[in-house]
Ligand binder design. Structure first.
Ligand SMILES: NC(=O)c1ccc[n+]([C@@H]2O[C@H](COP(=O)([O-])OP(=O)(O)OC[C@H]3O[C@@H](n4cnc5c(N)ncnc54)[C@H](O)[C@@H]3O)[C@@H](O)[C@H]2O)c1
Length: 252
């Protein structure tokens, strides 16, 4: 008896705050999730079909490592269909113009920018088979930033730019879009405000919405961008920011 091919999504940075929400949301939508992360052990809350340990810095630095990891991923997909790649993993190396090192730049651009490109390139045949899509998780820092975020902000601006350029390059073959979140209430962000409820409230109040985002809001937007309902959305960088990306801050 012929088995129906299953619909798969590949998600990087799966073990993180937004990554776990992405894995749950795609799973809820009927996708089988291949979860990729550099961490050896999947988080206890992570929902996935297959967990693959993959360090994206090594993936960029070492072609043999990348080829082996590509084989590991495509072996899972051989009898199945890949409908979406979510490039979600990123690192945030903080530092200003006088302190950032070459190593800081290399790791930031490798993980945040080059890995999304080369992972897409590796999975292009599978994505083309389904007329699937790529969703890049960029950041509000692609457009609005602050001191000490030079490396991170540059990598996210480039990721958003790459999203548009890849959409033109791939045309009707594979859709490519990006999500640019502002503050999202991951465990890590909330831990930073532990014992400081007034500062956490100030952060919320700073947004026109008087809230900050939840990981599952980013995840549901990614599911929508991967779906056929969004077939005309291509090369778009969509912010999810509670309105803060429309604010002009003048002195009082
Ligand atoms: N949380 C926010 O407020 C926020 C806002 C805007 C954008 N974002 C973006 O959302 C995405 C997810 O962020 P998050 O808040 O969930 O971060 P997080 O730190 O909780 O998760 C990042 C995940 O990526 C993995 N990772 C890091 N380096 C890796 C590497 N070299 N190889 C493989 N995996 C690696 C980590 O192990 C971790 O599981 C990132 O692209 C981030 O820039 C987050």
């Amino acid at each position: 008896m012929q088995m129906d091919k299953q619909r798969y999504a590949v998600i990087t940075g799966a073990n993180g705050g937004i990554g776990r929400a992405l894995c749950s949301a795609f799973n809820d939508e009927g996708y089988q999730v291949i979860a990729l992360d550099r961490q050896e052990t999947p988080h206890s809350d992570l929902v996935y079909k297959k967990y693959i340990v993959l360090n994206l810095f090594d993936y960029i630095q070492n072609e043999k490592y990348a080829a082996d990891k590509n084989l590991e991923i495509t072996a899972v997909l051989s009898q199945n269909q890949l409908h979406c790649l979510v490039n979600n993993a990123a690192i945030q190396v903080l530092g200003g113009v006088t302190s950032l090192t070459r190593a800081d730049w290399n790791t930031t651009l490798a993980v945040n920018l080059q890995a999304p490109f080369f992972l897409t390139q590796a999975l292009l045949p599978q994505l083309e088979n389904t007329k699937g899509s790529v969703v890049n998780i960029s950041s509000i820092h692609a457009k609005l930033s602050k001191p000490n975020f030079v490396a991170y902000a540059t990598s996210k601006a480039a990721l958003s730019g790459m999203t548009k350029a890849m959409a033109l390059d791939l045309g009707e073959r594979v859709r490519v879009n990006a999500i640019e979140p502002a503050a999202i209430a991951t465990d890590m962000l909330k831990a930073g405000f532990s014992g400081k409820p007034e500062q956490y409230q100030q952060l919320k109040d700073y947004h026109p919405s008087k809230t900050i985002g939840e990981p599952n809001e980013v995840a549901r937007l990614a599911v929508f961008l991967a779906s056929e309902q969004s077939h005309f959305i291509h090369g778009s960088c969509i912010d999810i920011s509670g309105g803060i990306s429309s604010c002009l801050h003048d002195p009082d």
